[in-house]
Design a protein around this ligand. Sequence first.
Ligand code: 13P
Length: 254
Amino acid sequence: MDNPLIIANWKMKLAPSEAHVLAKKVAKSSAKFTGAEVVVCPSFTELAAVAGIMEGSGVTVGAQNCFWEEQGAFTGEVSASQLAAHGVGTVIVGHSERRAHLGESSDMVHRKIRMLLSVGLRPVLCVGESFDDRAEGQKEVVLLRQLHDALGGLWLTDAQQLVVAYEPVWVIGSGQDVDPKEIEHTHQVIEQSLYDLFSREAVDEHVKIIYGGSVDPENVGRYVAEPSVDGVLVGTASLDATQFAAIVAGALKA
Ligand code: 13P
């Protein structure tokens, strides 16, 4: 496997001072991150400060969202190029919390990904089924629909990269472990679907598939040991610098 990709999603959970303290601790641990790619995603308001703190640490800064237009009368929105100007290279799109609370539709997700790719940023497309989808045997149908809606009609050039984060909605914030074999199987389904959308070479060279949902220092090694799991997207456990460093260490050991 390439270097595991570990992305911290701090969500809207930290006051500015807390984000700065956490960023400093993560930067301090970063000497132990060699061999992993580590990205932290604070709130928009803390992006510049956290990017400054991370300078020289090898840890990069990502955003939790962006808008799909380049510029204009879009009150409250932040463009991909504004993010790039702050040193952001990676942007989460279509997180289930945004789909649920902000009405982020598949069409919006698609347009955001198109914009991000066009300005050379790396989208992290979140997909995942709900508890009911899974109980009704609809998990794969839901995932394939999300992937096709978000990515259909797009292509990847040599300079572009994409991350797909498989985050089962029922696992997020639950503290629940998932059978690594189930995760591996789902990642393989996602990979097959990506082969339908892009060339095999583009998928193999430019796309990573990572897992998110209650990732912690204990379960990360089992998840990342699976051949189709290229890394993890971490929520709760990324808010504690010690736990986060242990997650990176666990991924490196796997
Ligand atoms: P938890 O790690 O808290 O389950 O959150 C996962 C997540 O939503 C990351 O985007």
